[in-house]
Design a protein around this ligand. Structure first.
Ligand code: HEC
Length: 147
């Protein structure tokens, strides 16, 4: 009797895990990571353009998100995730994995460097945007479907 209820509990845990995994397809995870990066750059851009007042907390959170997500990003391209979930990743990701990883690493180090000399006003954020934006377009140029 006891054993049976353990078995049922274990089975329920299993089912739970497999639904959680199904929602965490790498294509979806990496797109979410990029969406967050996009939103962070959007927040910085609004300050750079003067649409929003400079706010140190927003700047710091945005830079942190860019830094953290760019580190996690290149691990979300396992074999078998080349298509599906409307991925915009080009085959180049799998053909030139080192260049791809280097691009993500570049974004990570740039975000860290900008954080180390924390932009203190609108001009500083504008300069940071220039630095980061170049890294985004460099990678998208080679590794993301052109729109
Ligand atoms: C190392 C390469 C790389 C770098 C660096 C990079 N991206 Fe991306 N980005 C990609 C790839 C690849 C995709 C497509 C992912 C997919 O659809 O599977 C993507 C997708 C996106 C998307 C669409 C997400 C979605 O599905 O809705 C946005 C927004 C985005 N990137 C913004 C940025 C911004 C902003 C930066 C710079 C701060 C940046 N990216 C830097 C490779 C990169």
């Amino acid at each position: 009797m006891r054993l049976k209820s353990y078995a049922i509990a274990a089975c329920a845990a299993c089912l739970c895990l497999s639904t959680a995994l199904a929602q965490e397809e790498p294509q979806v995870v990496r797109q979410d990571l990029m969406k967050e990066i996009g939103r962070s750059v959007g927040a910085l851009g609004a300050i750079a353009k003067g649409e929003k007042h400079y706010d140190a907390a927003t700047v710091e959170t945005s830079l942190k998100t860019i830094s953290t997500n760019s580190q996690a990003f290149p691990d979300q391209f396992p074999a078998g995730s080349e298509s599906g979930h409307e991925t915009e990743a080009l085959p180049a990701v799998w053909e030139k994995p080192e260049q791809f990883r280097a691009g993500a690493e570049k974004l990570h180090t740039e975000a860290q460097a900008v954080m180390a000399s924390m932009p203190a006003d609108q001009e500083g954020v504008k300069a940071a945007m220039g630095r980061l934006g170049a890294v985004c377009s460099d990678c998208h140029e080679t590794f993301r479907v052109k729109k």
